[in-house]
Unconditional design. Structure first.
Ligand code: NOJ
Length: 581
């Protein structure tokens, strides 16, 4: 693989997040960064059409700076017919008009960098849109042509080719194959789509595809982005011969046996995929010739895999920098399980020299303020509809605050999902006629889908669309409960979830916890998660999360710096986490 010569970043990020930021020693920024996911459709609408956009994000950057995060990751804003909310890309070098213009993207990057915020964008390499120029060309070209070789076209089976090439099923429901009509009007070949039929899978065994993505990386690196979150990073290469697979292909499985097994199918995690990221790493590294960690550009793998060890293969020294820790997200609110997943994550990451990451919510899963309000032992649902058992919102928020307070003390890098700092729940009663997730339609409603966690953010309680848009419009309706949770209602209010997040992020930075070392504390009840983090700055932080019914006494000689909930008679009640130093 050839790698081009270096260019340097057009903008540099000021000291706050650089490699030698106070409290973090000389650790590279991405080893401890808190990265905030912006879902652009739902963050802030700058032009009043009811859909969030890039100018909207730019207008809210001071809020993110104030919140205290180090970077933002923005879900796709490329030109797209929006069959999967932008994860179906028609042109990787263009901004969709619904989100703005390329000038808006440049402005966002420049403004974020001025504020000391790094910007990671989302790259979708497994599939393009069926409206991408390459796929259109493939449809117009004959079977076996170079244009078809960029995708996974195969002849059908059965006497007249009217059956799909194999039995693979789409992650979003239905078959993973669609038959095309050839240019002469006859029924023709089939193409593979692990997701929607409007998301044809690319053929990553074709060097032209490899080269094209190197070029796309360079396009955005030249504009100054600080990295890429890589969509379904484990799916690019499929097993030779495309063998049948009896299981459903699951992307974001609930961590149960069935989905864990499904994630081992011939469409996931093939050995050759790692070679692709070695090539990408070389492209990124070529943008940091001096090797100053402050100028590192990073790759983060979205790879739902059955074990931490398997996930960590994506962050070996010459591959990606980070991988999402979905094992943490999928862990039940049980002390023993939490201890186990933290230990395993830290050990497996250390074994390959990578930082671990932590995450509790994103645009594909029910928000943790809702999830944790379901009865213990409930399998993580793929969306909650009005006629499903409803979560307990008070318990959910209480546990979510405790879970985040635990998470933000942990060494490594942490990901936040927009709105979780307001304690937002999912919309669990969206009318079906407003749903947009292709998974809802392809499963004929059997899967509720992910719209409930994608509802626009409430900024101002008394404004139209709660301040999301200037008009009374938002692409998904907001539930009434979003009014009292609006940012303006929480700003400066002691004990609000927003102020809790701000305090946690400030203390995390001051004490250098992200670059710290974790030591488990013995002698507590099994239902207490107790550890100390020896940070890169300040005094060690003691963290106690009480998941049990018995109130927990505070240790002598330490001061409570922050608590996820009110202490009762000086004791830590159930579902509450405290930081002490
Ligand atoms: C993972 C993304 O997070 C999800 O939203 C999308 O639907 C699939 N990949 C397909 O691109």
């Amino acid at each position: 693989m050839t790698v081009p010569s270096t260019t340097t970043s057009p903008t540099t990020v000021p000291a706050r997040t650089s490699g030698d930021a106070p409290g973090h020693g000389s650790t590279a920024w991405w080893r401890h960064a808190v990265i905030y996911q912006v879902y652009p459709r739902s963050f802030a609408d700058g032009d009043g059409d009811g859909v969030g956009d890039l100018p909207g994000i730019t207008s809210r950057l001071p809020y993110l700076r104030e919140l205290g995060v180090d970077a933002l990751w923005i879900s796709p804003f490329y030109l797209s017919p929006m069959a999967d909310a932008g994860y179906d890309v028609a042109d990787y070098r263009a901004v969709d008009p619904v989100f703005g213009t390329m000038a808006d993207a440049d402005e966002l990057l420049a403004r974020a960098h001025e504020l000391g915020l790094r910007v990671i964008i989302d790259l979708v390499p497994n599939h393009t849109s069926d409206e991408h120029a390459w796929f259109r060309e493939a449809l117009d070209a004959p079977a076996g042509s170079p244009a078809r070789e960029r995708y996974v076209f195969r002849d059908g089976t059965g006497p007249d080719g009217s059956l799909p090439p194999n039995n693979w099923r789409s992650v979003f429901g239905g078959a993973a194959w669609t038959r095309v009509t050839e240019p002469d009007g006859t029924p023709g070949q089939w193409y593979l789509h692990l997701f929607d039929s409007k998301q044809p899978d690319l053929n990553w065994r074709n060097p032209e595809v490899v080269e094209e993505f190197h070029d796309i990386l360079r396009f955005w690196l030249d504009r100054g982005v600080d990295g890429f979150r890589v969509d379904v990073a484990h799916s690019l290469v499929k097993a030779e011969g495309l063998p049948d697979w009896e299981e459903k292909a699951v992307m974001a499985g609930g961590g149960d046996d069935e989905s864990a097994h499904a994630n081992l199918g011939p469409m996931w995690d093939q050995e050759e995929v790692h070679e692709i990221y070695r090539g990408w790493r070389q492209v990124l590294d070529s943008y940091n010739e001096t090797g100053d960690p402050a100028h590192d550009r990073i790759l983060c793998a979205e790879a739902w895999l059955p074990s931490v060890a398997r996930t960590m293969r994506f962050v070996r020294p010459d591959e990606m920098h980070q991988a999402f820790n979905f094992h943490f997200l999928d862990t039940a609110w049980q002390a023993e399980d939490l201890r186990d997943v933290v230990t395993e994550s830290l050990e497996e990451a250390a074994a390959v020299g990578a930082p671990t990451t932590w995450v509790l919510s994103n645009h594909d899963v029910v928000r943790h303020a809702t999830r944790l309000g379901l009865p213990p032992g409930t399998r993580r649902p793929n969306g909650i509809a009005a006629d499903d058992p409803q979560p307990n919102p008070v318990l959910g928020l209480r546990r979510a605050r405790a879970a985040t307070t635990l998470m933000l003390a942990l060494p490594g890098s942490a990901y936040l999902y927009n709105g979780e700092e307001l304690g937002l729940p999912d919309h669990t009663a969206l009318p079906h006629d407003v749903r947009q997730d292709p998974a809802f339609f392809r499963t004929r409603g059997e899967e509720t889908g992910r719209d409930g966690c994608r509802v626009p953010i409430p900024w101002v309680a008394g404004a139209p669309a709660y301040g999301f848009s200037e008009e009374e419009r938002s692409w998904l309706p907001q539930p009434l409960v979003y009014g009292p949770l609006a940012a303006d209602r929480q700003e400066g209010v002691a004990g609000s979830t927003l102020e809790l997040y701000r305090t946690l992020l400030r203390l995390r930075r001051e004490h250098g916890l992200g670059a710290g070392r974790l030591e488990w504390l013995e002698g507590h009840a099994p239902s207490v998660v107790a550890f100390r983090v020896h940070g890169a700055g300040g005094r060690p932080m003691t963290v106690l999360a009480n998941l049990g019914a018995d109130p927990l006494a505070l240790p002598d000689g330490l001061e409570v710096l922050v608590a996820s909930g009110r202490l009762e008679d000086g004791l830590v009640p159930q579902d509450t986490t405290v930081w002490l130093a």
